[in-house]
Design a protein. Sequence first.
Length: 165
Amino acid sequence: GKNLGGTLGMANKGKACRNGNAALGLDRPVTFSGVQTSAHEIAHLLNADHDGHGAAKNCSSDEGYIMSSPRRNGNNSCAFSNCSKNDIADFLTWRYSKCLLRKDVCHVISLPNKAADLPGDVMDGQTFCKEYYREPRYMNSTYIKFQSDLEQCVFRCLVHDTYSH
């Protein structure tokens, strides 16, 4: 694969039903880090702009919705802004969006039971922090439990960078 630098994903805006209907996103194994990236990139395919830009210029990126760029964690990180909802609703009125209604392109795929688990069911916070920060320089990362974080599906990791001393 190619290192995308700070880029978490890419998609062609408004191309869900046309040539170029592809998206790509970064996901770290067993961390579920790609879930929000997937939602973000699929929204681009459905013609959503980044909040604060283009048709979404009236929605501030600082509010931290899915289409914020750069990505932010917080109360809105798992929801779309009104601008994104409007962009997607507009896309669904286009004649190009009709491919999404075709039943002949719908495939049912059986997933293993593990895939249906929520992130906290697959691993605990300590394991998540160790997996996410697995470079040798971060060997002392530890999980800090805040009940409010768990309610928002967020893990908080205290990271000690051994190379910065």
